[in-house]
Design a protein around this ligand. Structure first.
Ligand SMILES: Nc1ncnc2c1ncn2[C@@H]1O[C@H](COP(=O)(O)OP(=O)(O)OP(=O)(O)O)[C@@H](O)[C@H]1O
Ligand SMILES: CC(=O)C(=O)O
Ligand SMILES: [K+]
Ligand SMILES: [Mg+2]
Length: 578
């Protein structure tokens, strides 16, 4: 690919025989611009690649845009099946109003049933997250099976994310109790002993064997970053007596940090492995179940990510599990760039992050993480307490809506529900809030022409990758300037789709890929509507077939203006749907 040059050409065949001008609402200057170079299509392509001598079989289209939308279509367009939600959404709202920000839901007791999972899928869940801190592998296996069955039978493309427990210090369960109240002045015992049934009153188990050794009398013990506070008053063998200084509710497996002279004590903590022996077994489980993403808790360095990625490469059949680094510790902030560079994406895990750095620093950390991910072209999820009050109440607080808006305004790829969907009383309502706030803020952004001046540095190392990047940057800019209806990208690995997504263009991106797992993983990325489609290197026939398949379902119509790019031919084409 080293001798590629860019040039313009006009396709010889009639890719778009019935060109109509773009929507009448477009201003005249744009109309002229769109067709100044060619009466029909305007193409830019790199020339060194040959066409596929063996054209692919007729395409099969399967789509999911996340709002419960789906298409299952075969080459024979009369047999195309389209979900009513997609059909209705595209017909009623048009491309512009489709949601760009992706939604991740943590699955727990409130949402693990098939009907509840389907309600989330219809409500826009793009990724289901299972948290290995809680529940048994059998429990998680059943959830995965249910999601997969929904995908298969009903045509959704919900991806699965497995989140490791990690080995930070946390409390054990509360002997089956859902919570326990700690009152001011009460003395509680934190112990590394294992209890069976006869646990004394006001006794909490701790998962870290070195706990009693590491803490000192006078240390402050924070539960979940300060939801409850204790002071260490006495150490007796494996038991640590602590007095409650700030009362509150203790929840099972809550995170514990201890502070000395105003600083977090983490020397010993830092010795704990990021991936514990239990985590490795969970990872084996995730690989066996072919989850789409593994999110690694308490990442400290790029090394552990590289280690996990080579482990997955050696074990996983198709090597197609993406590794997401959870940024939730001081070390992960220190090594942020290298960690994100090594990962396939990142999560701003504000729950634990807020227990490790002062709360007032969390918003700036979030902004930095989102920005670094965007620059390095990695998807980023903003997580934890987005709608915390909705665990109990059917409407969010104004402050929560402002927080969700800010994450959307920062143009993060995805938002995540934790307790709201895992064990809250209103999981569907919480998802609806995320969906409607996302759509509203995205519209405000487009209407206000807020195209940001963010510098997007080159990320590709090879010349061919650099060409793909330039093509995507140009195509996204053209799409905004020409106010096209949609970008189409034909991509085998998903890379070119992610490059387009990184530009955050005004129109939705229809991403066509041949692989089901690539399609599911594209679900996490901003603005992508992933389709599975068998296609060839012959872009004109790909386009014609795609047009007729999508038109048959009313997902596009004659006259829609489309820009298409492809990673096989490294081309840009601008055309009206015939
Ligand atoms: N599989 C599950 N079984 C039971 N309860 C669950 C499950 N998953 C989540 N929960 C409940 O939902 C709450 C929020 O979930 P979340 O995934 O945010 O966990 P977390 O304990 O805060 O840990 P993390 O820092 O890993 O996110 C949990 O504290 C737990 O009470
Ligand atoms: C999601 C997560 O792990 C956290 O916020 O801590
Ligand atoms: K976790
Ligand atoms: Mg966490």
């Amino acid at each position: 690919m080293s001798s590629q040059s860019l040039h313009f050409f006009t396709p010889s065949s009639t890719a778009c025989p019935n060109i109509t001008f773009p929507k009448p609402s477009l201003p005249a200057p744009n109309r002229r611009l769109a067709f100044a170079s060619s009466p029909r299509t305007f193409s830019i392509r790199a020339v060194s690649e040959s066409s596929d001598p063996n054209p692919a079989p007729p395409p099969v289209v399967v789509a999911d845009n996340g709002a419960g939308s789906r298409v299952v279509a075969a080459a024979d367009s009369s047999s195309i099946e389209v979900d009513k939600v997609t059909e209705a959404e595209l017909k009623e709202n048009g491309f512009r109003s489709s949601r760009r920000t992706k939604l991740v839901c943590t699955i727990g007791p409130a949402t693990c049933g098939s009907e509840q999972l389907e309600a989330l899928a219809v409500g826009g869940m793009n990724v289901a997250r299972i948290n290995m801190c809680h529940g048994t592998r059998e429990w998680h296996k059943r959830v995965i099976e249910r999601v997969r069955r929904l995908n298969e039978v009903k045509g959704y493309a919900v991806a699965i994310m497995m989140d490791t427990e990690g080995s930070e210090i946390h409390m054990g369960d509360l002997g089956g109790a859902p919570s326990a109240k700690a009152e001011d002045g009460e003395v509680w015992t934190f112990s590394v002993r294992a209890y069976d049934a006869n646990r004394p009153e006001r006794t909490i188990t701790v998962n870290y064997d070195g706990f009693a050794e590491d803490v000192k009398v006078g240390d402050e013990l924070l539960v979940d970053g300060g939801m409850v506070r204790f002071e260490v008053i006495e150490k007796i063998g494996p038991d640590v007596k602590c007095m409650c200084t700030d009362p509150g509710l203790l929840l099972p497996r809550a995170n514990l940090t201890f502070w000395r002279d105003g600083s977090l004590v983490r020397e010993r903590n830092a010795m704990l492995p990021t991936i514990s022996s239990k985590d490795w077994l969970d990872i084996d489980f995730g690989i066996a179940e072919s989850v789409d993403f593994i999110a690694v808790s308490f990442v400290k360095s790029a090394e552990v990510i590289n280690h996990l990625k080579s482990y997955i490469a050696a074990r996983s059949r198709d090597n197609d599990i993406s590794v997401i680094a959870k940024i939730e510790s001081i070390d992960s902030l220190k090594n942020l760039e290298e960690i994100i560079q090594a990962s396939d994406g990142a999560m701003v895990a504000r729950g634990d992050l807020g227990a490790q750095i002062p709360l007032e620093q969390v918003p700036a950390a979030q902004q930095r993480i989102v920005q670094v991910c965007r620059q390095l072209n990695k998807p980023v999820i903003v997580a934890s307490q987005l709608l915390e009050s909705m665990i109990e109440y059917p409407t969010p607080t104004r402050a929560e809506v402002a927080d969700v808006s800010e994450a959307v305004r920062q143009r993060s790829d995805a938002l995540m529900l934790s307790g709201e969907s895992a064990m809250g009383q209103f999981p569907d309502k919480a998802l609806t809030v995320l969906r409607s706030v996302s759509v509203r803020i995205e519209k405000w952004w487009r209407d206000g022409k807020h195209h940001e001046a963010m510098e997007l540095p080159a990320v590709g190392s090879s010349f061919s990758d650099r060409i793909s990047e330039e093509i995507c940057t140009s195509a996204a800019k053209m799409a905004n300037n020409l106010e096209v209806d949609a970008l189409f990208v034909y991509t085998k690995t998903g890379h070119m789709a992610s490059l387009l997504s990184r530009c955050r263009p005004d129109c939705p991106i229809f991403a066509f890929t041949t692989s089901t797992s690539v399609r599911r993983r594209l679900n996490l990325q901003w603005g992508l509507i992933p389709f599975r489609l068998g296609f060839s290197d012959d872009m004109e026939s790909n386009l014609n077939r795609t047009f007729s398949l999508l038109k048959a379902r009313g997902m596009i119509k004659s006259g829609d203006l489309v820009i298409a790019v492809s990673d096989m031919l490294q081309s840009i084409q601008v055309m009206n749907v015939p």
